[in-house]
Design a binder for this molecule. Structure first.
Ligand code: MN
Length: 204
């Protein structure tokens, strides 16, 4: 399935004459795979965690955001695939539009797929996600180290809405700072807070 098909749901939810989010018509070049974590002050504040898999960003909504404490199990609910250039999106989605609210790029960088099967053999990352358990090492400006995404509900013929957990693996930072307050957090792109982006109407 090409990016055009995979992005149908993403495009169907949005009016690109009104929102400045990317439509995904361009396929940016560059070394991957990439990851991005955005903070999205929508109806409910949440973090959007996205991993590049081939030519799209696989996406999860993480209400409390990723933690660097291995004891924290963070709920992650899958959302539609996003285009690769969504990594750069920071601004205001108009009220009344899908996901209306302010978005900042909290962190981004590259990741190393680490998924393997029970016998320790490497597994293609996309396949590990389909199976419901993927491990990877993040190289971001804020997030570093190994994480796992594990599906605990739905998927594979189960009609329940899918739900996953995002957990820091390895030594991590127990008792560390966990996740910052989203209202005080700053964009890794522009240093701005959500309030500053909202006040500037998303203009850069
Ligand atoms: Mn969102």
């Amino acid at each position: 399935m090409g990016a055009e098909d995979r992005l149908r749901e993403y495009r169907g939810k949005r009016d690109f004459g009104r929102t400045r989010e990317p439509s995904g018509r361009r396929a940016p070049a560059g070394a991957g795979p990439r990851f991005v974590v955005q903070i999205h002050d929508a109806r409910r504040m949440h973090f959007d965690f996205r991993l590049q898999v081939d030519d799209v960003l696989k996406s999860w909504s993480v209400p409390k955001g990723p933690s660097d404490d291995p004891h924290d199990k963070r709920l992650a609910v899958p959302t539609e695939d996003h285009p690769l250039e969504y990594e750069h999106f920071e601004g205001v989605i108009p009220a009344g539009e899908y996901g209306g609210g302010t978005v900042i790029v909290w962190d981004r960088g590259t990741y190393e797929p680490l998924s393997h099967d029970r016998g320790g053999r490497p597994v293609a990352f996309a396949e590990s996600l389909e199976r419901g358990h993927a491990t990877f090492r993040l190289h971001g400006s804020k997030l570093h180290g190994e994480y796992a995404l594990t599906r605990f509900r739905g998927g594979r013929g189960d009609d329940a809405e899918e739900a996953w957990l995002l957990v820091r693996k390895g030594p991590g930072r127990t008792g560390g700072h966990g996740t910052p307050d989203p209202r005080r957090a700053r964009s890794v792109r522009t240093g701005r807070t959500l309030a500053q982006v909202a006040a500037e109407g998303g203009e850069e």
